[in-house]
Ligand binder design. Structure first.
Ligand SMILES: Nc1ncnc2c1ncn2[C@@H]1O[C@H](COP(=O)(O)OP(=O)(O)OP(=O)(O)O)[C@@H](O)[C@H]1O
Length: 226
């Protein structure tokens, strides 16, 4: 099966030429085949967010390639990268970043409207996704009227709203207490498996990482298996 994401020989250095120069990625290679869920574990400061930002086309490497569904986007124009981000990638962060003045449904509808989907289709998709994560009865609530775990479940739905090829998640349950984290993580994994999504999920939680197809460790600027 084809690969969704290929990262080739990524190098990234901050503050080059200055006393505080730091090389975070030293030739990172990573391939995510279609349908595979990969855990990314790393000590704090090892460059996990840097790697996810580059994979998510939010930052560029100093050298190396970012190939998304066969297309090298590492040197593409901003407009092309933005379009690829909107159409092919879903993001989940530690904090949900939902729009506070909009309902759960609207938070899932809006990115679809931005992607040219009709309001009717977008609402049907939002309802379907909210049903999958057990939040049908919360569809009209604003984020402030939802629990932390419920807010994060809405954020998962929003990330999947436009049917991405790849989900990138940075500590998706890191803001929740351990029991809620486990439950909400199970919901995320069910959602990912049901939709056949490929995913790269950063977590400090080794028990959660062990539930994924593969565990990669980022340390010393390089990725190792296991
Ligand atoms: N814009 C920047 N300018 C300078 N240094 C940076 C910048 N962004 C990150 N760094 C440094 O690069 C290193 C890696 O940062 P990054 O945020 O990728 O780590 P992380 O693994 O995500 O850490 P954590 O798990 O603690 O969030 C850190 O030492 C950080 O201080």
């Amino acid at each position: 099966m084809s690969d969704v994401l290929v990262l080739e020989k990524l190098e990234k250095c901050y503050n080059r030429g200055k006393p505080n120069e730091i090389t975070v990625l030293k030739g990172v290679n990573l391939t995510i085949p279609k349908g595979q869920v990969t855990a990314l574990v790393a000590p704090s400061g090892a460059g996990k967010s840097t790697l996810l930002h580059i994979a998510g086309l939010l930052d560029t490497p100093d050298s190396g390639r970012v190939v998304l569904e066969g297309e090298d986007l590492s040197r593409a124009r901003d407009a092309k990268r933005t379009a690829a981000r909107r159409e092919k990638l879903g993001f989940v962060y530690q904090f949900h970043h939902l729009l506070p003045e909009f309902s759960a449904t609207e938070n899932i509808v809006l990115p679809q409207l931005a992607n040219g989907v009709s309001r009717g289709d977008a609402q049907a998709r939002a309802a379907d996704l909210l049903g999958r994560v057990g939040l049908t009865s919360r569809a009209d609530h604003r984020p402030s009227a939802l629990s932390g775990g419920e807010q994060q479940r809405v954020a998962f739905c929003r990330a999947l709203a436009n049917g991405p090829s790849l989900l990138l998640a940075d500590e998706p349950t890191g803001n929740l207490d351990p029991a809620t984290s486990d439950t909400v993580f199970d919901v995320l994994m069910d959602l990912v498996r049901e939709t056949g999504l490929s995913a790269l999920i950063a977590t400090h939680n080794m028990a959660l990482a062990a539930e994924m197809d593969r565990v990669l460790r980022l340390d010393g600027g390089a990725l190792t298996e296991g």
